[in-house]
Write a protein that binds this ligand. Structure first.
Ligand code: MG
Length: 408
């Protein structure tokens, strides 16, 4: 198959972390928000509303507030973003197994040979965009092109909510006017583009037309690669989804809104984390038998431990029983708890698992129903009673979405 006949799509979520938070919390929609890391100070992602004030990734929170005093900071929750990513992957995998996860919010698809089933690659890209919007509630930008480099730049060229198609005979017209700074993300970083500028290479066209020998002398083997980027040529293949690392463990962690000595608060959060872990485990159709718990204290010291059972399980309560057993080792608390993380490993396929006890089966059924409702109406719509208690005490977010937490 010649290079030009390939049909490659890149799908890139727009302001991903911020969009997920806005999708899961109506109070944040249409507002300038920034997602901060656990340190609660650096902007990881800004919503488009915040970007309008000039707020950018990497700024400190005070800098962001100077630009927009009413910006709403939210502590990011990577577990949640990973979960949403997996749901997005599922949508893409309906079309092909040639889905390469490039980053948490970007995937390449190679739909060569299957595109006619859906009326062409452009229709597939449009279909994926529509499904992500309907099912997840966020927008993405897609690029359709004969290779990965051009697909990526095409997707980047229109944000948010873009769909940019570059046909094989349009590649040079699309590429050539691009300034070298726009080639970031396809192997040409900021420093390198500065170097190019100093050499008089200002656009992709200049790069494409540069003498091969000259580029080789300056950049070695990478010289030919850069020239090809300028030309919009790339023969690298899109990996299959199954070629990516399998799941070895599943878990969730959560930084508490404020450090606490209150065991009942810890218990509520732990129960909630175990329910979420179990839901994700069932989503993978897996079971596990080793539970690990991580506790970070106010002084950032970490305690961790694990417990293993002989047989596998996948219920939130099963995970909680072991996690609580581990937690009891740090009682009585000498320091306030800042963060809790729970996970399960020693995973096995869930289908062969035999459950001996009837009440175990009942719990399984109940869990499956909870998964369904939560998948439809958002996380933790159905909650174990102690999560509700925690909510009453104002520990959880007002919308019941625990991970949407505003920094005071
Ligand atoms: Mg993105």
């Amino acid at each position: 198959m010649t290079q030009n006949s390939r049909k490659i799509i890149l799908v890139d979520m727009n302001a991903y972390f911020a969009s997920v938070e806005q999708a899961s919390n109506p109070e944040l929609r249409g507002k300038a928000i920034v997602i901060c890391g656990d340190g609660r100070t650096i902007v990881v992602t800004a919503s488009y509303e915040a970007r309008r004030y000039g707020i950018k990734t990497g700024m400190t929170l005070p800098e962001a507030r100077r630009l927009c005093p009413f910006v709403i900071p939210v502590i990011g929750n990577l577990d949640k973003y990973v979960d949403v990513s997996l749901r997005i992957h599922k949508i893409m995998l309906e079309y092909t197994d040639q889905v390469e996860v490039f980053s948490i919010d970007e995937c390449f698809l190679d739909v060569t040979g299957v595109e006619h089933l859906w009326g062409g690659a452009v229709n597939i890209a449009a279909g994926i965009k529509k499904k992500i919007k309907e099912q997840i509630g966020i927008t993405c930008s897609a690029g359709v092109a004969p290779n990965k480099v051009v697909a990526k730049l095409a997707a980047k060229s229109k944000k948010p909510d873009g769909l940019t198609v570059v046909e094989p005979d349009e590649v040079e017209n699309f590429m050539f006017p691009l300034p070298v700074e726009k080639l970031q993300g396809v192997g040409i970083g900021a420093r390198l583009s500065e170097k190019f500028r100093l050499m008089g290479i200002n656009t992709a066209r200049d790069l494409a037309m540069a003498d091969g020998g000259f580029l080789k002398a300056r950049f070695g083997v990478m010289g030919a690669f850069y020239k090809n980027v300028g030309l919009g040529r790339d023969s690298s293949r899109v990996k299959k989804y199954s070629e990516q690392a399998p799941v070895k463990s599943v878990g969730h962690s959560h930084t508490l809104p404020k450090d606490t000595y209150d065991i009942s608060v810890v218990r509520s959060y732990l129960l909630m984390l175990c329910e979420k872990t179990a839901a994700r485990l069932r989503g993978y159709k897996l079971t596990g038998r080793t539970v690990f718990l991580m506790v970070r204290f106010g002084d950032f010291e970490i305690f961790s431990g694990r417990e293993t059972l002989k047989s596998c399980f996948n219920t939130g309560y099963g995970i909680f029983s072991l996690a609580w057993k581990i937690f009891e080792r740090v009682l009585p608390l000498k320091k306030a708890v800042r963060l809790l993380g729970v996970g399960i490993s020693n995973l096995a396929g869930g289908d062969t698992q035999q459950y001996l006890f009837e009440d175990m089966q009942k719990k399984q059924k109940l869990s499956a129903v909870m998964d369904e409702i939560n998948a439809k109406y958002g996380e933790l719509t159905v909650k174990p009673s102690s999560v509700i208690i925690a909510q009453k005490h104002g520990i959880l977010g007002r919308c019941g979405i625990i991970s949407t937490r505003l920094i005071k």
